[in-house]
Design a protein around this ligand. Structure first.
Ligand SMILES: C[S@@+](CC[C@H](N)C(=O)[O-])C[C@H]1O[C@@H](n2cnc3c(N)ncnc32)[C@H](O)[C@@H]1O
Length: 350
């Protein structure tokens, strides 16, 4: 069986609900924010019960956007995003597994009635050959994915297609699983570990380099948490490898530089992004308070100025003077250390 067949079988036949997962890797144990609870309340229980994501993939300011969800499963995120993009936006989910797509499709009408409009499509396809699905170049504002890239056999091809499909200034906003080292063949070749999103997980620094090689010069880490492999047999197989769930955002901006460079620039957040009156969280290092002069590197300046966030900031400075590397442009393990949250936490598997 090919790796894709193993994954299809795992998600199409072996798993029946989030409860069947054997580790916490594909299971979102972070606290669900109130605004998301409101959106989830409108989603059909069968779709929710087959959620296998590992994070939140709903960035702010989506109204009117065209969004693509890679590995959309039974559609939980698609149906949440459909509410955020609204009637003037559109969300397309792509998945390779018939059983997952059938459930997603089955509830399309149900959600159209619940939302009062129909703005969702599901497409069968492989992410490694996204180019065959007929999407136009530069036709998506945002591409999301939740616990899927680790399952892909050709991650470079997927990133490359994402770069082609995003509009300039668009972003790939996605949650996935990463390892603190390269995963050995014994782990990679174990079908359960692979299906559980561990075997195919990238070593975090390989991911950063792969992103840079495929046109995303400055990946930004939004949030992360350590994962616990609680099944004793699986834990023995992975040994000392530590796994993390992390949400990154990769902006498609050709002018981004390999490092954060200092040009003496700053921004002021106007507090105008809906639901975010007090601060704007670009990433884990940039929680920008409303009204405050916030010094930024050239790349951050461009991520705000040349994206859909542009009009929500005031901009100070330009690129005419260079002052060297921006302070704190670090290169160490980006994830927070600490214990993985216990599996029996009440918020487990929202
Ligand atoms: C861990 S589940 C996540 C599903 C969904 N994102 C969610 O949060 O519930 C992985 C999904 O990705 C799909 N998938 C995995 N590899 C794929 C590939 N190479 N091409 C297309 N879909 C893929 C699987 O069929 C499965 O539905």
């Amino acid at each position: 069986m090919s790796t894709q067949e193993i994954v299809k079988e795992y998600y199409g036949q072996q798993l029946q609900s989030s409860d069947d997962l054997k580790t916490s890797a594909c299971c979102d144990i972070s606290q669900v924010p109130g605004w998301l609870k409101t959106l989830l309340a409108k989603i059909h229980p069968e779709v929710l019960s087959r959620y296998y994501g590992c994070g939140l993939v709903c960035p702010p300011l989506l109204e009117g956007c065209r969004v693509l969800d890679l590995g959309s499963g039974t559609g939980r995120d698609v149906y949440a995003l459909a509410q955020l993009v609204g009637e003037t936006g559109e969300v397309i989910g792509v998945d390779m597994t018939d059983e997952q797509l059938a459930i997603a499709e089955n509830y399309r009408e149900y959600h159209a009635e619940a939302f009062g409009y129909s703005n969702v499509t599901f497409v069968k396809g492989y992410l490694e050959t996204l180019d065959e699905l007929g999407f136009e170049d530069a036709s998506f504002d945002v591409i999301v994915s939740n616990c899927v890239i680790n399952l892909c056999t050709d991650k470079a091809a997927v990133l490359n297609s994402i770069g082609r499909l995003l509009k300039p200034g668009g972003e790939f906003y996605f949650s996935d699983v990463y390892a603190d080292r390269r995963v050995p063949e014994s782990v990679k070749n174990d079908p359960v570990l692979y299906g559980e999103c561990l075997g195919g997980a990238l070593y975090w620094n390989d991911f950063l380099n792969l992103s840079k090689q495929n046109g995303f010069a400055d990946p930004r880490l939004v949030e992360d948490r350590p994962l616990d492999v609680t099944d004793p047999k699986l834990a023995a197989k992975v040994g000392n490898i530590r796994f993390y769930s992390a949400t990154y955002r990769l902006f498609k901006l050709d002018e981004l530089e390999p490092d954060c460079e200092e040009y003496g620039q700053a921004v002021i957040y106007k507090g105008t992004v809906p639901e975010h009156p007090n601060n704007f969280l670009l990433d884990g290092h940039h929680d920008i308070e409303t009204g405050k002069v916030f010094p930024v590197c050239g790349n951050t300046w461009r991520m705000l100025h040349d994206s859909r966030f542009s009009e929500h900031f005031e901009y100070i400075g330009d690129f005419s003077n260079h002052f060297g590397l921006f302070d704190g442009c670090g290169k160490t393990l980006p994830f927070r250390e600490g214990e993985a949250a216990p599996l029996d936490e009440p918020s487990s598997c929202c």
